[in-house]
Design a protein around this ligand. Structure first.
Ligand SMILES: C[S@@+](CC[C@H](N)C(=O)[O-])C[C@H]1O[C@@H](n2cnc3c(N)ncnc32)[C@H](O)[C@@H]1O
Length: 301
């Protein structure tokens, strides 16, 4: 295969290619560009550009690309080579089996955040409250991932998601509507739980928890494409926990639960913040890599 540059200057690198050839060329360029999953990314990007699923892509492999199709593939490829995550190119990411829209103001929901959902459901099940009309808040809701996952599992629960980004709240609201959960989900722009009233049965949060000085060293996909306010946890990465802990103490019902996501190695520090705010840490849940990822706490009597 002749090597033609993807970042073309007026020249379209995929012009004259079949679908299959474009896919192979793209995978090769992605491999040379050091991407982790070049074949998979190439398949998804070509499929997305052409509006074809996996089966149709294979069936039409020998079809020649039209000029506009070649141009669409080239544009997406250049973005991926600049390390923009595939989910941002598609504008969607799956979380807890739910298809969620994302935008530039929302974090891409992460698989490890599902640990927070698991910990919250375990806490609810321990109290035998899965079928009750639970009142839930998701502080820093982003795309709505945590709140919508919980509402999808707890059929009588209602919840509110807060965020300081109105664009993120718009995305979360659209996701709630698309999932048929909008009647049980509300969204509000405020500083974590500051504008909320209790009592609440369950508060969940995946707050920004990267120490500010560490942001520059994050992988490019995260550092350059996740919104800064979804990452920046202040000088020591703990600012959001300090804000959330007293709010949770005020908002939680006496038998309510707070479940937060933790950054790597942050368990002890977050525990101390919670205890100082009158919350008793009651459980820790590991993610699939064995990292302490979710901390559950309850109001001290
Ligand atoms: C790490 S992201 C988590 C998003 C989503 N919950 C998830 O797990 O995918 C943190 C979110 O908190 C929001 N945020 C940051 N500071 C906030 C604040 N003071 N009050 C409310 N939301 C805030 C950000 O805009 C971002 O959406």
């Amino acid at each position: 295969m002749t090597r033609r540059p993807l970042a073309s200057s007026g020249h379209d690198p995929f012009a004259g290619d079949s679908i299959g050839a474009a896919r192979r060329r793209l995978a090769l360029e992605f491999r040379r560009g050091g991407l982790d999953a070049p074949e998979l990314d190439a398949r998804i990007i070509v499929g997305h550009a052409l509006g074809l699923d996996h089966t149709a892509l294979a069936a039409q492999s020998s079809r020649m690309l039209a000029a506009d199709e070649a141009g669409a593939i080239a544009a997406l490829s250049a973005r991926r080579l600049a390390r923009e995550p595939v989910a941002r190119l598609l504008g969607r990411k799956e979380f807890w089996g739910l298809p969620l829209k994302v935008n530039a103001e929302t974090l891409l929901p992460r698989p490890e955040t599902e640990t927070v959902v698991e910990a919250a459901l375990t806490a609810v099940d321990c109290d035998d409250r899965r079928w009750r009309a639970l009142r839930i808040a998701d502080l820093g809701t982003g795309s709505g991932a945590l709140l919508l996952a919980l509402l999808s599992e707890l059929p009588h629960a209602r919840g509110i998601g807060t965020d300081i980004s109105r664009a993120a709240l718009g995305c979360a609201r659209a996701n709630a509507a698309a999932l048929g959960l909008v009647d049980r989900a509300a969204f509000a722009a405020c500083d974590f739980g500051a504008a909320l009233n209790g009592p609440l049965d369950l508060i969940v949060a995946n707050p920004p928890y990267v120490a500010r000085a560490d942001i520059a060293a994050l992988e490019v996909e995260v550092r350059d494409f996740d919104p800064p306010r979804a990452l920046d946890g202040g000088p020591d990465g703990l600012a959001a926990y300090r804000a959330i802990a007293p709010q949770a103490r005020r908002l939680l019902a006496p038998d309510g639960n707070l479940v937060v996501e933790l950054g790597f190695g942050r368990l002890a520090a977050v525990r101390s913040i919670f205890v100082a705010a009158g919350l008793a840490p009651v459980a820790v849940r590991h993610d699939l890599s064995g990292v302490d990822r979710a901390l559950v706490a309850r109001p001290l009597p």
